[in-house]
Design a protein around this ligand. Sequence first.
Ligand code: NAD
Length: 380
Amino acid sequence: MPVVIAVPREQNPGEQRVATVPEVVQKLTKSGYEVRIEHDAGTGAFYPDDLYIAAGAKIASGPADLLDGARIVLRVQPPTVADIDQLAEGTIVIGFMNATSNLETVARMRDRKVTAFALELVPRITRAQSMDALSSQATAGGYMAAILGAGNCPKFLPMLTTAAGTIRPATVLILGAGVAGLMAIATAKRLGALVEAYDVRRAAGEQVRSLGAKFLELEINAEGQGGYARELTPEEKVKEQQMVSAAVARADIVITTAAIPGRKAPVLITRETVAMMRPGAVIIDMAAESGGNCELTQAGKAIQAHGVLIIGPQNLPARVPFHSSQMYAKNLQSFLALLFDKEGAIINEFTDEILTASLLVHAGEVRHKPTRDLMNGGEL
Ligand code: NAD
């Protein structure tokens, strides 16, 4: 009997992505696995059922049909309690689990003795790069944030020299130059904008500059003993805040990406700073779902304040579902390879460091310590 890998249709409102794509299905079926796709699972990402069938998958009409005998379930969003109740003991579920904010579902997976791997817990080591779904989806999100900013900006982004006069390029500021921020920088540069960026990590400066953008830095020497950066003094921190506020005030588009995993996002743009901005300026707050980098952001809404449009998008990767699903599916394909032995059977011991780190629930136990501590009444 081949191992059955099941892919449900995502149920969250606005979720257009799917956990696998026909190209990956073809590889899995060639390796001898049975891949079952719930009817219409890929439609939102523009992968119709017939492409999956051509790749060797079977289409299931509904959840019962899909899960019957399935050993592995691939998902994008965390399962709900109702989803978990349909899983047989020992089923392996892989996807984003957002464990610390989904304690009820984690408890249900524990009680139902389901095995869950959380992709957001995959360690960011070189060997795991091909499985880094946080990065692939942040890439899609950063791209989309820049496009959303450009689409809502009343100005052209590039410099134009035309018979009707010369147009100055727009200024785009990116706060937080991690994976999403770097992609937003690259996209805004390609659109011809003047791009500035800031990150608390000085090391990000080199990456920012390599993309042709300006990295904002304080004109102070923050080098401490042994060449390591020292912590800024309170006065220097005020100067840093002033530098960021001045950059926000001169920007036409501000894209904020500063997030702290599992915690509320830091406020980088206060309401006073918004009042200093140009009319027509746009803020795309990628941290909207974790509280927002702008004090005025409302998650899932676009609001106007002082003539500034503040957009708090939710699930930006779902707005480029074709490619974000393709990248996610490849991440899962790499992750799956860790779970099988040479004969193609599912391994019994999850000793690989990538598996150990991402194993959230197994055999009736919550294996991820921070989540377990939180469930026992502790704090993050
Ligand atoms: P993230 O989404 O957690 O945060 C986004 C960025 O916001 C980060 O660069 C962070 O430094 C910045 N930030 C946080 N607070 C800030 C503040 N107050 N002001 C300004 N900026 C602030 O980060 P991420 O995109 O997931 O990446 C985090 C790090 O991991 C980066 O160094 C990245 O290069 C690294 N990374 C490594 C690998 C790997 O080695 N395989 C893969 C992906 C990312």
